[in-house]
Design a protein around this ligand. Sequence first.
Ligand code: ZN
Length: 73
Amino acid sequence: MARGAQKEQARQKAQKEAAKRKGGVSQLGARQAGLQIKCATCMSQMANYKLLVQHMEAKHPKDKIPTEESFSA
Ligand SMILES: [Zn+2]
């Protein structure tokens, strides 16, 4: 019985570590993608897409806000 419980613990631990690795990779990817966001109107660089939207609304309210997807390519 003890051996079976150990096996189950090891399986849960491996699942947890796999999920941790997965999350770490996607966070790194988002950080890298965030470096390429620039305002097309005044060429200011933004740290992330949310800041660009705020910037467009504040500085260029008449301009069309580009989609978040247009920066990830
Ligand atoms: Zn701008």
